[in-house]
Design a protein around this ligand. Structure first.
Ligand SMILES: [Cu+2]
Length: 110
């Protein structure tokens, strides 16, 4: 098992010369975060996920900003980690894009 992980790391690391590929993911949660306990639950659990470096929660905007090492984890794995604590996540940027353009609204703006 360890050998498999190591070879994966080598394969992915080769392209980036072992530099960490830090990415930021902004998500909204279902159910919503309604108090500090929710924030703590998310932070407390996600902190231990592999590749996650930083988690910031914003109650007012209902977003969670996750800084992660793209060599070690990805959006699907992060979503799975949220799933373990019974949260569904939606990529914040994607959601806004969907809402802001149906084709028609872009035409109306002109
Ligand atoms: Cu709460």
């Amino acid at each position: 098992m360890k050998k498999i992980i190591l070879s994966c790391v080598l394969l992915m690391g080769a392209g980036s010369l072992f530099a960490k590929d830090m990415q930021t993911l902004v998500v909204t949660t279902t159910p919503k975060m309604s108090c500090q306990n929710c924030e703590n639950k998310i932070k407390g659990n996600l902190r231990f996920e592999k590749g996650i470096h930083k988690i910031e929660t914003d109650l007012k905007n209902q977003t969670v900003t996750i800084t992660y090492d793209a060599d070690k984890t990805n959006e699907e794995k992060i979503a799975e980690a949220f799933g373990k604590i019974k949260y569904q996540v939606t990529k914040a940027g994607a959601q806004i894009e969907e809402k802001s353009c149906c084709g028609k609204c872009e035409e109306d703006k002109k």
